[in-house]
Design a protein around this ligand. Structure first.
Ligand SMILES: NC(=O)c1ccc[n+]([C@@H]2O[C@H](COP(=O)([O-])OP(=O)(O)OC[C@H]3O[C@@H](n4cnc5c(N)ncnc54)[C@H](O)[C@@H]3O)[C@@H](O)[C@H]2O)c1
Length: 327
């Protein structure tokens, strides 16, 4: 069976939430892990995230938009996981350019570097279920029409489509994932503009009020970060995944209300109340969503493993233990 032992891996955004969890998993599996991260203030990068493997991973503080740097870093790598991005869903309302510049131009930069210096590398791009926006039928499969509700979602969708184009035009071994709401250890916890679950975890740990917008019956699928990491690594190891696009999610939904009630039960702290949507949340709220994961199950053999209550318990335990590094 193929593993990452003794392989050379580049993870962009490897000091961030998903990237650092991936870096730890692959370093523990015996890979030589190189991280490229700009540690943009307010984004999710945090040195403490890679504490368990700090001595055995190589970290470059730099920008994916620096073509010379990325050309050097992609050279000789067997696997490239592209996770660096501007992830704040609301930033574009005051500044549209980081979404376009980092998420699209930065992605093209990496693909160009691979095309010229390492066309054999496996290239895994992590997009988002937000690219689907409002959907007409559920669960949403990969053929569902895209209606992104914001510039972040649109930029991620464009980056993913360009990655697939580099497969069909230039033969690069790209795979594109659309990951659903991911939660767990090592996320930024300083503001509420990223994923909702981790923000609710912070409020619950601080015994504060968790506000449920609307009636709380909106359906979502919530993915524990270890499951997301496993999807990234299994896709990279799968020949069948080359040139493919996969949903990475949970094919049975949870309402926001169920999420909050489970979290408060698990954390033994926090309270909840109903609240009206803020105008900015209402404008970007895509309604019910959960993923059809039949394609990745069939082609790659991946499926989520961690139930919501277990994932929330592990998340609460982590932030209780390491709160000063995240609050
Ligand atoms: N967290 C989720 O729920 C979720 C869901 C679906 C998809 N994704 C995607 O997964 C990826 C990782 O997201 P995350 O939640 O870990 O975010 P994160 O903010 O925690 O990590 C992103 C990292 O990228 C770095 N970065 C940003 N711009 C950079 C640049 N120009 N050059 C180098 N590094 C740069 C940041 O410093 C940060 O450490 C993103 O591509 C995101 O779109 C995340």
């Amino acid at each position: 069976m193929k593993t990452f032992r003794d392989t050379n891996v580049l993870i962009t955004g490897g000091l961030g939430f998903i990237g650092s969890n991936l870096a730890i998993a692959l370093a523990n599996e015996g890979a030589n892990v190189t991280i490229l991260d700009l540690l943009v203030p307010e984004y999710g990068g945090n040195w403490f995230n890679i504490e368990p493997v700090r001595d055995c991973v190589e970290v470059h503080l730099g920008d994916i938009r620096d073509l010379e740097l990325v050309s050097t870093l992609v050279t000789g790598k067997d696997y490239i996981f592209h996770l660096a991005a501007q992830v704040d869903h609301f930033l574009n309302r005051c500044d549209p350019f980081p979404d376009l510049d980092i998420n699209i131009r930065g992605t093209v930069n990496l693909l160009e570097a691979c095309k010229h210096y390492n066309p054999e590398a496996r290239f895994i791009y992590c997009g988002t279920r937000g690219e689907y926006g409002h959907v007409c039928h559920l669960p949403a499969d990969e053929e569902t029409p895209l209606h992104p509700t914001g510039l972040y979602e649109l930029s991620k969708c464009t980056g993913g489509q360009i990655a697939l184009l580099y497969h069909s035009l230039y033969g690069l071994s790209t795979t594109v994932l659309r990951a659903t709401n991911t939660y767990g250890p090592r996320s930024q916890m300083k503001h509420a503009r990223y994923g909702v679950v981790n923000w609710f975890v912070r409020l619950a740990i601080d015994d504060e009020v968790l506000r449920v917008f609307g009636d709380g019956l909106i359906k979502r699928d919530f993915l524990f970060v270890d499951d997301c990491v496993n999807a990234l690594r299994m896709c990279a190891l799968s020949e069948a995944a080359c040139g493919e696009l996969f949903n990475v999610g949970v094919d049975h939904p949870t309402t926001i209300l169920e999420l909050i009630q489970t979290l408060i039960e698990v954390a033994h702290s926090g309270h909840w109340e109903y609240a009206p949507y803020t105008p900015e949340r209402a404008a970007q709220e895509p309604g019910d969503f959960y993923s059809d994961i039949a394609k990745i199950q069939a082609l790659v053999g991946w499926e989520p493993d961690v139930p919501l209550d277990v994932g929330l318990m592990r998340t609460v335990e982590y932030y209780h233990a390491f709160k000063p590094h995240y609050w």
